[in-house]
Ligand binder design. Sequence first.
Ligand code: PLP
Length: 417
Amino acid sequence: MHEFKYKNNRLYCEGVSVEKLARKFGTPLYVYSYATLIDHYSKLKSAFRQINPLICYSVKANSNLSILKALVSKGAGLDIVSGGELFRAIKAGCPAERIVYASVGKTDGEIRVSIKRGILSFNVESIAELENINRIAKIFNKVANIAIRINPDVEPKTHKFITTGKLTNKFGIDFNSAYEIIIQRYKFTNLNICGLHMHIGSQITEADPYVAAILKLASFIEKLKGQGINLKYLNIGGGLGIVYDKENPQTAEKFAQRILPLLKKTGLKIIMEPGRFIVGNAGILLTKVLYIKSTPVKKFVVVDAGMNDLVRPALYDAYHQVLPTSYVPCPSSYEKVDVVGPICESADYFAKERKLPYVLAGDYLAVMSAGAYGFSMASNYNSRRRAAEVLVRGNKAFLIRRRETFTDLIRDEIIEP
Ligand code: PLP
């Protein structure tokens, strides 16, 4: 499942001891495994080989250029949500015809560049947006490819903050409105409405919600066919869940077994937008123990990473396994602790009431499964410099983002004269 394994009680990323990386590059430090990243992409590609989908990796999960480049060089496209992500996609060498763009709030500037670049598709989220893209495309005398993002109103059975396919969410367009738009597509002279899109949520561990949504979209596609309207693309979004704790998410093969027959029946070219599934378990956050603090009721392990580096526990109460980077096997030395960061918020934690082997100040800990929505959600809160990132390939480690400096923190600020 991933290439972070113990050898002689020391944690390795592929062929490299993570402790050595911590000492060389400092902490907090994100470490990614190239083999794991590519393995997850290939597993999905292979599970769906019968229909050869375009897998557009979701840049928001982890937008480091080296991660994007690695996937793009294997044939992946990219799913973007902003002008900044388009900039990154281009810098990483992604051909425009492999880029799809979703977001409820695309600005005129973002639409303009995307049209000029000739991206594969805008995943459109409202009628107002559709009209705006049409207006801008007309100015450039271009025709923009459009997929209507459908809100299929299904329950993905995941955290409410990462549920996106219910009618109460801000995303997508309901079936009736989508039907009206498509029937009257001739009104949009500079749009080619050629696809449907859905994305029902994230960290979804079973196929049922996808099956429910795809069935709804498939019957909509049939209804359109009945009107002589043949679409080209069906984009089923991302959202595939991974193991953080005791989840037992479907494998890519199992997922494919359930939904392939439905997808094949549509006869459309399939696009997918996985983020977490590809990069989630391909990364860890390394942190150093600063202090051990015991109170009358608790023991705290205070580390040098904080919620600014990895916000998922604070934001979603998310679980991440926390492992020592080296240990002496001794079951009696395990104790219950809270692993907390240095930030001035009680939400600044990585583990609560967690049984960990006895650790001392100066030891290193690995916060596992931190590859997705880790660095990409990092901030400078408390004026903390964002961490460095390292990509391991076999026995080699490459610095793919240097640690920020104090000067970086104030680079864009102007002291009032
Ligand atoms: N596609 C869209 C439109 C999204 O909003 C997201 C995540 O929010 C994704 C794809 C990727 O989701 P995940 O990382 O769960 O696969």
